[in-house]
Design a protein around this ligand. Structure first.
Ligand SMILES: NC(=O)c1ccc[n+]([C@@H]2O[C@H](COP(=O)([O-])OP(=O)(O)OC[C@H]3O[C@@H](n4cnc5c(N)ncnc54)[C@H](O)[C@@H]3O)[C@@H](O)[C@H]2O)c1
Ligand SMILES: O=P(O)(O)OC[C@H]1O[C@H](O[C@H]2[C@H](O)[C@@H](O)[C@@H](O)O[C@@H]2CO)[C@H](O)[C@@H](O)[C@@H]1O
Ligand SMILES: [Mn+2]
Length: 442
């Protein structure tokens, strides 16, 4: 890999997150010298529009970066150093289906949790395996930095299918939680050394050592926000759904003191409350289509019509920054610390070793080295083991095309209230997903 001229491909180039990632790349050129960005997508008209926006962002920055837009895998991946992967199999339209079907049957409807997350899991596995095969056929030495959801399921199928692949699975939720803790309570996140364990969207902080204050600040953070939660001030400040989620953290910490939970536990531990405020006819997918998707693509359309359209101040997203930071750590072999989704292999001592867990890990030129977390409390272990078994059953069902394993997976999912609901959701999802899903045999 050249350290002077890096080529990056973005799989799912039409993603609404692409501008934030490109802005993060532009602000990190001194550490990560990108000379070419290739946007690859299966939707030609979408990626063409996004390509226009990205070319304009780069033109304004005056950086000398070539942009290629393509639906051809060979063109996209031949000779690339890094692939950032962010596909959404079935698009936001299928996310809407994932969220609305469970709500019909009294279960939460969510992108990565519960029955909807499992529906998305089947779709993503079916799309992701051929994508990875294609990437490696054209770029056998490339690093894939993956944040395609649902991450736990994607990481599990990767663990089984490509055990030696140079793929790093990462999620930005913990970044967002830490940034918001720091911003709300007057800390500097750059000083944080977090100890966090669990599955993706399903874990807890047990310690946050602050390098500058030279102490564990988690106890004081918990005390300050117990019962109150956190507030988003800048990014997503006008997003009522995320604000409610950050407030809910206060309730979870008051009920289960001592640890800081991932915000996604609201869907598992308080699904009755989430359900009570859910609108069966207008879910998060609709909100995203009417905000992020609409905003990004209306700007892209304006640029297509008038290439000189001014662009609002270029913001690098926290999401984009995280991915670029990982790529920098690989390129410069700097062994920076991240929270990553990796095979457990003893890291959490009392959780099955073949689980795919989210824990602290150091990233360098040879990949990821996770740290040993020791034993965790029974409450966390019990929740993790059940969720992990449900996810493994879903992956078994996918590999074996087995309807009954799929039903076991849906039933065991802790955001699904009963086998009756699991079966209703599964049967309706089979029809709604059609060819997006593997065929399941009885
Ligand atoms: N892990 C994280 O922390 C994190 C954070 C944000 C988003 N995400 C994930 O990133 C992905 C993108 O999210 P989004 O809201 O921007 O979605 P989006 O629908 O705006 O964009 C996804 C793009 O992927 C394309 N696509 C679908 N299947 C493809 C395939 N097989 N090959 C190539 N391209 C394909 C679509 O055409 C679309 O342009 C989702 O999986 C989402 O869940 C993850
Ligand atoms: O409902 P959405 O599409 O707005 O968000 C779903 C994603 O939520 C998390 O990512 C957040 C992230 O935490 C925040 O910092 C910022 O980057 O926005 C992201 C999207 O809103 C979660 O980690 C992802 O896995 C979800 O897809
Ligand atoms: Mn995530």
């Amino acid at each position: 890999m050249s350290k002077e001229a890096v080529i990056v491909a973005i799989a799912g180039g039409g993603s609404t997150f692409t501008p934030g990632i490109v802005n993060a790349l532009l602000s990190g050129l001194d550490r990560f010298p990108v000379v070419e960005i290739r946007l690859y997508d299966i939707d030609g008209s979408r990626v063409e529009l996004m390509g226009g926006l990205i070319k304009r962002i780069i033109e304004i920055s005056k950086a000398l970066i070539k942009v290629m837009v393509t639906t051809d895998g060979k063109e996209a991946f031949t000779g690339v150093d890094f692939v950032f992967s962010q596909i959404r199999a079935g698009g936001l339209k299928m996310r809407e289906v994932d969220e609305k079907i469970p709500l019909k049957y009294g279960a939460i409807g969510q992108e990565t949790c519960g029955a909807g997350g499992f529906s998305y899991g089947f779709r993503t596995m079916k799309a992701f395996i051929p994508l990875v095969k294609m990437i490696y056929s054209y770029a056998p030495d490339a690093w894939i930095l993956n944040y395609t959801n649902p991450e736990s399921i994607v990481a599990e199928i990767i663990r089984r299918t490509f055990p030696k692949a140079k793929i790093i699975n990462a999620c930005d939720m913990t970044i967002s939680l830490e940034e918001t803790m720091a911003e709300n309570l007057g800390y500097n996140r750059d000083d944080f050394v977090p100890e966090y364990y669990g599955l993706n969207h399903f874990g807890w902080y047990r310690k946050i050592y602050d390098k500058s204050l030279q102490r564990d600040i988690l106890p004081e953070i918990l005390e300050k926000i117990s019962g109150k939660g956190l507030e988003l001030h800048e990014f997503q400040a006008d997003d009522e759904s995320w604000q409610a989620t950050y407030k809910m953290l206060g309730r979870m910490i008051a009920d289960f003191p001592g640890y800081f939970p991932n915000s996604y536990f609201e869907y598992y531990l308080y699904s009755d409350q989430v359900l009570a405020k859910s609108d069966k006819n207008y879910t998060r997918a609709n909100e995203v289509m009417d905000s992020r998707e609409r905003d990004v693509y209306s700007l892209a359309r304006e640029i297509q019509e008038n290439p000189m359209t001014p662009i609002p101040k270029a913001e690098k997203s926290k999401h984009g920054q995280y991915i670029v930071d990982m790529a920098v750590s690989i390129l410069n072999d700097s062994h920076d610390r991240f929270l990553l989704i990796v095979p457990n292999e003893g890291s959490i001592e009392n959780v099955r070793s073949d689980a795919v867990v989210e824990v602290p890990a150091y990233v360098g030129a040879t990949g990821v080295e996770s740290i040993t977390m020791g034993k965790i409390p029974d409450f966390h272990k019990g929740l993790i083991e059940a969720q992990c078994a449900a996810e493994k059953l879903l992956v078994d069902a996918f590999v074996e095309q087995d309807y009954y394993k799929a039903l076991q997976a849906f039933t065991l999912n802790q955001a699904v209230p009963s086998a009756t609901v699991a079966k209703k959701c599964l049967d309706e999802f089979i029809i709604a997903n059609g060819d997006y899903w593997p065929e399941l045999h009885k």
